[in-house]
Write a protein that binds this ligand. Structure first.
Ligand SMILES: Nc1ncnc2c1ncn2[C@@H]1O[C@H](COP(=O)(O)OP(=O)(O)OP(=O)(O)O)[C@@H](O)[C@H]1O
Ligand SMILES: [Mg+2]
Length: 324
């Protein structure tokens, strides 16, 4: 069963702002889906729609088969949410906050205590368990918020910038925990962030969103093939035969060519050797998520500008430009 389904999901705020525009996607259990986009892209709005805090203006969404805006309580039994401004109680201690939320979700007192203690330990908050939340630092609050979201063993976890206030060590700890939850317990994670390097460490698939639109969705490999189909192949060789499609790059014996698949490498290397060249190293440069993202947004800007220029607009209409 697909745990999160969006079908042409749209949201226009009362002032007329179209924050989410016709987004369709479906997630399987165990996926960590990185929902990535700049400030104002529509990430938080999407999470609010998936939690029933907002009602769609168009399309629909289902979480664990439930319409969250029609039956929010039923949906919340299956979901945990970490947002930048988590609702918790400053005058209660860390453990009291967790026990309170455990009781809201109907956990038995003994199960609540065991679960809360385990989460506090996992999130490195054991020593702060009896401190009031008002004495917590931002990072501690954020970790407690994750513990709160997980207290009732949800099948779906929404994370809106979960590591924005964390130091590198805590961020790594939280990343590891998210990966483990997905891999070992099959939890579906919907993770919003604009920290692309962080996303690449934890996510199994990505959606790139801007101005409310889902521009591309897929694994790193799928995105690379769609957005940056040409991979640079860097070869260090002596005597590069002229007829081969290599260009000198940087150092004296460094050459570069563009390939589409790694299957092209053996033949190219063979041709260098047959042409009298000696090969010392061969490397394919795989783009990072960050490079893919910036290529996509740059291409989009170019296309938008082109639309304003009549000559290029005509070329576009004739299908001469690549669209995603
Ligand atoms: N309550 C609201 N009323 C009107 N417009 C809103 C409201 N909340 C958000 N918006 C607008 O909707 C758009 C999407 O906002 P949203 O908070 O979903 O973006 P985001 O991707 O989460 O951004 P960030 O990375 O800054 O958190 C923005 O243009 C924002 O100004
Ligand atoms: Mg946001």
């Amino acid at each position: 069963m697909q745990t999160i389904i969006l079908q042409n999901l749209s949201k226009t705020y009362s002032g007329g702002r179209q924050a989410v525009r016709q987004i369709s996607l479906a997630l399987d259990p165990g996926e960590v889906y990185g929902f990535l986009g700049p400030n104002g892209a529509g990430k938080t709005t999407t999470v609010k729609l998936l939690n029933g805090t907002l009602t769609p203006s168009g399309g629909s969404c289902r979480v664990y088969g439930i319409d969250p805006s029609a039956e929010p309580a039923k949906a919340h039994a299956h979901t945990g949410v970490v947002t930048e401004h988590a609702q918790m109680y400053d005058n209660l201690t860390g453990i009291e906050n967790l026990l309170f939320y455990a009781s809201v979700f109907g956990l038995s007192p003994s199960d609540s205590r065991t679960r809360a203690a385990a989460l506090l330990r996992q999130l490195d908050l054991k020593d702060a368990a009896d401190k009031k939340l008002s004495a917590y630092s931002t990072g501690m609050r954020q970790r407690l918020s994750l513990a709160r979201a997980l207290i009732h063993r949800p099948e779906v976890l929404f994370l809106d910038e979960p590591t924005s206030g964390l130091d590198p060590e805590s961020a790594q700890n939280v990343n590891q925990m998210i990966r483990d939850l997905a891999e070992t317990e099959g939890i579906t994670v919907f993770l919003c962030t604009h920290q692309l390097r962080y996303a690449q460490e934890v996510c199994t698939r990505y959606g790139l969103i801007d101005e409310g639109r889902l521009l591309a969705s897929g694994t790193l490999h799928e995105l690379q093939k769609a957005i940056m189909p040409e991979l640079p192949l860097i070869v260090r060789a002596e005597h590069m035969p002229h007829r081969l499609p290599f260009q000198q790059a940087g150092g004296e014996n460094i050459y570069q060519a563009s390939i589409r698949t790694e299957d092209e490498i053996p033949s190219l290397v063979r041709q260098i050797i047959e042409g009298g060249g000696d090969v010392y190293s061969v490397e394919v440069k795989h783009p990072s998520l960050e490079e893919i993202y910036f290529t996509l947004t740059r291409d989009r800007k170019r296309t938008e500008n082109a639309e304003k220029t009549p000559g290029i607009q005509q070329a576009r209409e004739e299908g001469k430009e690549r669209t995603i």
